[in-house]
Ligand binder design. Structure first.
Ligand code: AMP
Length: 229
């Protein structure tokens, strides 16, 4: 069996996100980018299934700019066998990603697709579900344990595993592993956005909390100050 793992290049989870001064989006210039953490978990799970003899090949795929090759090389250094980059500079939406992934899956015929439950940049939590629907196969979302029942799309949650680090020798070896490049137009898929971002703004700062001395005081505050009871 072959496992297909979609991996997205996103702002590193340690970076403090800054909104662009004109509110059109998030600042990406000179910002550290990494593999979406849920996708690292998916790669790890696919590798564990391969090590357990349940799969022969792990193929990783990313839709994004030329630099997404770095993300794919990281997955190859972790142990994936082969990578596919669907190159585009457009900001791709979940439905577009799902359509492209379906086209890749039609060509690759994987038995299982393991994706992250969400990309931590747009937090959509939609792609895996849309992909399963487009393919007409089963979906299991937010997996914390996997028992194989195929064909299916599985989306991964944090508790599933702890991803391995790529060792230096494996990073060197990954440079020689096969990486195919294609474009969305090769599959006849348009990346023209269907959604419009009206405005991006910082969440308002959190106010300091207060300590209450008793349950009675808490109830009183919830009733008379917060008005939630
Ligand atoms: P989302 O629906 O955007 O929250 O993303 C959920 C999952 O879909 C991610 O964890 C990835 O596995 C996959 N995905 C989303 N966007 C991309 C992309 N541009 N390239 C590859 N995989 C993606």
């Amino acid at each position: 069996m072959k496992i297909l793992v979609p991996v997205k290049r996103v702002v590193d989870y340690n970076v403090k996100i800054r909104v662009k001064p004109d509110g059109t989006g998030v600042e990406l210039t000179n910002v550290k980018m990494s593999m979406n953490p849920f996708d690292e978990i998916s790669v790890e799970e696919a590798l564990r299934l391969k090590e357990a003899g349940k799969c022969e090949e792990v193929v990783v795929v990313s839709i994004g700019p030329a630099k997404a090759e770095e993300t794919l090389r990281t997955a190859l250094a972790m142990g994936a066998d082969r990578a596919i980059l669907i190159e585009t500079d457009d900001a791709v939406e979940p439905l577009t990603v799902a359509k492209i992934l379906k086209a890749v899956a039609d060509a690759e015929q994987p038995g299982l697709i393991i994706s992250g439950k969400q990309a931590i940049d747009d937090d959509s939590n939609q792609t895996g579900q849309m992909l399963a629907a487009l393919m007409g196969i089963a979906q299991a979302t937010f997996a914390s344990k996997i028992e194989i029942n195929l064909p299916a799309v599985v989306t991964t949650d944090l508790r599933l595993n702890e991803p391995r680090y790529a060792s230096l020798p494996n990073i060197m070896k990954a440079k020689k592993k096969p990486l195919d490049k294609k474009a969305p137009s090769d599959f006849g898929i348009s990346t023209t956005p269907r959604l419009k971002v009206l405005k991006t703004e910082e969440p308002s700062g959190r106010k300091a909390g207060v300590k209450v001395k008793s349950v009675a005081e808490l109830i009183d505050k919830l009733k008379n100050e917060a008005g939630v009871l």
